[in-house]
Ligand binder design. Sequence first.
Ligand code: PLP
Length: 339
Amino acid sequence: MIIDLRSDTVTKPCKGMLKAMVAAETGDDVYKEDPTVNALEKRVAELFGMESALFFPTGSMANQAAIKLQTQPGEQLICDKWAHVYNYEGGGVSFNSGVSCKLIDGYRGMVTAAQVEENINPPDFYHSPLTSLVCLENTTNKGGGACYNLEEMREIRAVCDRHGLGLHLDGARLVNALVANNENPKDYGKIFDTISICFSKGLGIPLGTVLVGKESLMKNAIRVRKTLGGGMRQVGYIAAAGLYALDNNLERLVEDHRRASELAQTLQEQRYVLKVETTETNIVIFYLQESVSEEKFIADLLKKNIRISDMGQGKLRIVTHLDYTEKMHQRFTDVLRDL
Ligand SMILES: *Cc1c(COP(=O)(O)O)cnc(C)c1O
């Protein structure tokens, strides 16, 4: 039994999902003739109460397209210093859009409306780049699955409206926030101009992210996706997994959150653990006592067929997911107590 908790991207389709995939009706999606992709896009747009949706191969590409759609070269976007768009998309912000990032020193990957407003360059001061977009992340990845408060996001929207800025949400794990806080996706549709929603994390499909947004922006999204090399053909086989996931894998995220919270509790009780970050969703970030080496700790777990992530600077990360079963949970908990 291998227990892989490095990420929620390691899941594999279950029998039911595979069955749905094999049965999919497909067509050439570059011609927009794949009925299953079209159905998934329609369903996700409706779920968020947004006008339009487009299926992308990866979350990074969906974010990069959203940035491209809402900026011009030379302009600047505002994001937290830990943002995925800044740290983990290969410099795509500058490569694809010619845009720079103004980094905010936020709390657990989240920024406040006041911080956003302070970091907008005065539009008539032509020496500095023109601020045109704000990118938020919910839940935060590097911030350990932390969730934004809806009211804070509404205030950030108000700041964006006052200054004529676009507002994008990197919702790689938005489904976790929705379930954890019992939120209505339509509230997000009212706040953001574009939202990317990953299906290859908590929802457990092999690949794919849906970008939803306002029609005025999204009408150009298919061209940007093509430019980035993301036009796919009979991708309905994957979209079918997405539809299956919305029916079967959404509500069950509470299980992932419960297990993450129990692991956080167990870790907290161990002598070798210095600190565990607040665990709100499916990510647990913790630090070992100074006398314990992270390398050795990870190697010891590996000997027991358990994998976790080293995020650097003493940060260790566990991510629970669909393929982390109750039996694995019992075993891992026992191992943590015995170490
Ligand atoms: C995983 C993730 C993405 C998308 O990553 P891909 O590997 O391109 O699918 C985007 N944002 C955040 C916060 C993520 O955790």
